[in-house]
Design a protein around this ligand. Sequence first.
Ligand SMILES: [Zn+2]
Length: 268
Amino acid sequence: MTATYIMDGTVQIAPRTLLPDSPPEFWDQHAYLLDSDGFLLIGAGGLLLRGPDWSLLVDTGLGPLDSAPSLDGLGAVTGGALLSSLARQGLTPSDLSAVAVTHLHADHVGWWVNGTDSAGRGPFTHLPVYIGAEGWEQGRSTADPALAAAIAALAPNVRPVTDGTVIAPGVSVLHTPGHTAEHTSYVVESAGERLIAFGDAFHCVAQFNHPEWADGMDHEAVSARASRELLLGRLTEPRTYGFGVHFSDVTFGRLVDTADGYSWQPAP
Ligand SMILES: [Zn+2]
């Protein structure tokens, strides 16, 4: 099995918008984590998993954006590169077996928001979509008009999953709620190694040593922290790699527990 990051776009976010509990001095001391405009640069896209006769995309990014949202704490937002990124792997959406979604946020299901027409047709709308059962029902009744349109487009093909569900050979569901109720990590096992795609349980490497910091994007803080603690244990097991969809140029890595704390060691 192979695993490849498929980029869709990027989001500039102010570090203390994402992590309001983090002290300003932390960012003074860790300025290397910020871009030249002082933002965290968050990647958006998906994880392509390819087996011998199947391929699966975990998340799809923001989708094509006509205009970037202008919100306090956000800088430039770009999206829509996913199809050309897939093409570089020699694939089109019709070659995929399914999509697996970590959660119902616009930077993960954006192609059902921005890339789908009023008749509900988009590049991924013919595919089965795995999504965490817990929260899917609440999500379907969301009051957010942008997300409601995406949910209506997703609904015909959704396959709700729960902790332990196997969605492809060697790929199973690890329910990690808190960011949202349905927030799901995917555990990939192949050739004696493991890869955990942990979605938005961690948006940036600074969170590994501060799981107690609330994440400004989390819906429910207590279970989100518990999910981060669970993942810290799982990610530091032997022969285990992590995939952080928002980690920009260090999406794949190993989390090592050192005398100085957790260290994310990027892997190709
Ligand atoms: Zn996200």
